[in-house]
Write a protein that binds this ligand. Structure first.
Ligand code: ADP
Ligand code: MG
Length: 656
């Protein structure tokens, strides 16, 4: 059985979408046996290349039957056809068709990559082949750095890397001068002598004469076949050893799947990196959208989170569980309310209350030595340090008993202490005069302003409540306000309601006000949250725009690299290989953009931090943004990649 068997093969172009139907091949019958060296010769435009594309499974015939090794090609799907191109055929083109961005050796490796050959094996084999073809010194040169003859030898090496059982050479000498052309012909003759099946296509009868069998084609018909006169040659050919004598046939014995994916990924990365580097300015411009998107997402989240944390800190400093009750003039007129001792006692009985601190507050003249100043006097009970989480720095706070006994003692705020004791002397046991009456200094509060920003707390003197009521402000019969601490922050709202109900019941009118820190801060937090949300939305939009940029550039890339795609398909890439390559490239472009954006965001966050803007950078936001960028790239890269994968190999090869 012949290796290749064509029966009544016809091919026409057009005939769809109103394009005129042009018949190119008008019924070709042709048998080619293993190991034959056949030349198909004919004038330009006679349909030789069309026939070669059909022979090489790059293009299906319009009608007729093609049996390869007895198997009907029409029954194979596109992946099986790709496998056939990869394993059985090796193409050599007039225009060499090397991938311009890859080196000689990498070009030779391309079919082996798609055959799943291990990287080291593949490199060794490519190097060996190139050395045998006299290009040992040129392994790392790009096609543009090679002469025509050298490029053609690279393409022959590429045709051989997977075994090259059948070499399909379309005008291999067409672009070469006579001497170089002759060298290439000798090479093909050698290959034929070594057992490769060589199908040479040429318009030159002198070139064709070097083959053992010459088939003449005119206007899409075979007009003569020298085999008809040389039966014995064919018999001789059929007895020749099959397969590849130059190198053993490649046997990609299902290499380890993970290693294969890793190999592929690395190849794709390398290819992508090369393309990005060649178009540096364009790449950078494309990446800008992604860079800005990622940087803004990360920075905005960090700033938003920083602001939120600041509010939380503030809230904690002010006490998240705190409520305040004060008397007021009712809305509908009448005298100002009075919160009595009995009211305070009743409040203390409420189940959700942890601490109650009635506060009497007024300024008074304070003297120490020859310093005389007005300070605010805050008279309250002994729970003050506990309720405000505010420790005493020196000495002690007054006790409940001192409060009951109206003891003439005072605790200084830190600012007051600094004013009276600029040298930092020990104040304990000394006396200050408040409204000209002496009070013993028993303690100094820790500095409050430093941590919370409430430095006015430091500019006060703290006295027992009853001392204040009896000795300092005897005329004042009302509490300034009452601070209460709820058992927990969850109970603040409930306690607020309880207090309102209680006081309304006791007073019979609305002459008081109850408020909490939590409510105020909650409102502030909500505004900041919605602002963060808006900013993140803007950032997300810029990421989207970045994704569109990536798509745009990938579409351009696909258009620019149509020929490369054709070459890859002709050398055995499946559609999914092409798809994967371009998706990987898109993912890499956006990953690069994401990484730059992340670096930029870190720089901005550092600057903001130095400028004392509260920022709280988070690793998850950073990684999330990079991940989003990459996903955007993949999603937007899919369309161009599919466009690339769906290209017809023949159209792609002839494309620009
Ligand atoms: P040869 O290789 O013998 O010079 P080809 O096989 O390349 O000839 O082309 C044969 C004829 O088919 C030419 O007239 C060419 O214009 C036409 N042809 C080739 N490809 C296409 C195509 N994709 N669409 C329409 N016509 C085509
Ligand atoms: Mg041609």
């Amino acid at each position: 059985m012949p290796l290749i068997c064509l029966r009544d093969i016809k091919k026409h172009y057009g005939g769809v979408n109103g394009a005129p139907k042009v018949a190119i091949l008008h019924g070709i019958d042709l048998d080619i046996g293993t190991g034959e060296f056949v030349a198909i010769v004919g004038a330009s435009g006679s349909g030789k290349s069309t026939l070669m594309h059909i022979l090489g499974c790059l293009d299906p015939p319009s009608s007729g039957q093609y049996l390869f090794n007895g198997e009907d090609i029409a029954t194979l799907d596109s992946d099986q056809l790709a496998a056939l191109r990869r394993e059985a055929f090796g193409f050599v083109f007039q225009a060499y068709h090397l991938i311009p961005t890859e080196s000689a050796r990498e070009n030779v490796e391309v079919p082996a990559i798609y055959a799943g050959m291990n990287e080291t094996v593949r490199q060794v084999r490519a190097t060996e082949l190139l050395q045998r073809l006299g290009l040992g010194e040129r392994l790392d040169n790009r096609p543009s750095q090679l002469s025509g003859g050298q490029q053609q030898r690279v393409s022959i090496a590429r045709a051989l890397i997977n075994g090259g059982h059948i070499i399909l050479a379309d005008e291999p000498t067409g672009a070469l001068d006579n001497n170089t052309g002759e060298e290439v012909m000798n090479l093909l003759s050698d290959l034929a002598a070594q057992g490769h099946t060589v199908i040479l296509i040429t318009h030159d009868y002198k070139v064709a004469a070097q083959a053992q069998r010459v088939i003449d084609i005119q206007d899409g018909r075979i007009v003569s076949d020298s085999q008809d006169r040389h039966e014995d040659t064919r018999e001789h050919n059929h007895r020749r050893p099959t397969g590849d004598a130059l190198l053993p046939r490649s046997n990609p014995s299902n290499p380890h799947a993970i290693a294969l994916i890793w190999d592929e990924l690395r190849d794709a990365c390398r290819a992508a990196w090369r393309v990005l580097r060649i178009n540096r300015a364009r790449t950078l411009l494309t990446l800008l959208g992604i860079i800005i998107g990622v940087a803004s997402v990360v920075v905005m989240l960090a700033v938003g989170e920083g602001a939120k944390r600041q509010v939380m800190t503030e809230m904690n400093a002010m006490g998240p569980n705190m409520l305040y009750v004060s008397s007021t003039v009712p809305d509908n007129g009448g005298p100002r309310g009075v919160i009595t001792e009995e009211d305070i006692a009743a409040m203390a009985q409420l189940p959700d209350v942890l601490r109650v601190m009635p506060i009497l507050r007024d300024p008074a003249l304070v003297r120490f030595g020859d310093i005389s100043r007005r300070y605010e006097i805050l008279a309250t009970n002994e729970v003050m340090p506990a309720i405000n989480r505010w420790p005493v720095a020196q000495g002690r706070f007054y006790s409940a008993e001192e409060n009951r006994n109206v003891a003439p003692v005072a605790v200084l705020g830190y600012g007051v202490y600094q004013q009276f004791f600029p040298q930092g002397a020990n104040p304990l046991g000394l006396q200050v005069l408040i409204k000209d009456a002496p009070y013993e200094i028993i303690g100094v509060m820790a500095e409050k302003g430093a941590e919370s920003g409430y430095s006015y707390h430091d500019e006060r003197l703290y006295l027992p409540r009853r001392t204040g009521m009896v000795r300092v402000f005897p005329a004042q019969r009302n509490e300034s306000y009452i601070q209460l601490e709820a058992l927990s922050s969850d109970q603040v709202d409930r306690l607020e309601q309880q207090l309102k109900t209680l006081l309304l019941e006791r007073h019979g009118r609305d002459d008081f006000r109850v408020s909490s820190n939590a409510a105020r801060l909650q409102a502030e937090l909500a505004t900041r949250n919605s602002m963060t949300l808006m900013l993140v939305l803007i950032a997300a939009i810029s990421l989207l725009v970045g994704g569109i940029g990536v798509m745009n550039v990938m579409l351009m890339t696909v258009r620019e690299r149509v020929r490369e795609i054709g070459i890859r398909m002709a050398t055995g890439a499946r559609q999914q290989d092409i798809l994967r390559q371009f998706v990987t490239e898109a993912a890499l472009v956006s990953l690069l953009g994401g990484a730059i954006g992340a670096a930029l965001s870190l720089a901005i966050i550092i600057v903001l931090d130095l400028a004392e803007v509260p920022v709280a950078p988070s690793l998850s936001a950073l990684l999330g943004a990079i991940f989003c960028a990459m996903t955007t790239g993949i999603i937007f890269g899919l369309i161009p990649a599919r466009q690339a994968a769906r290209l017809n190999p023949v159209d792609a090869l002839s494309g620009e």
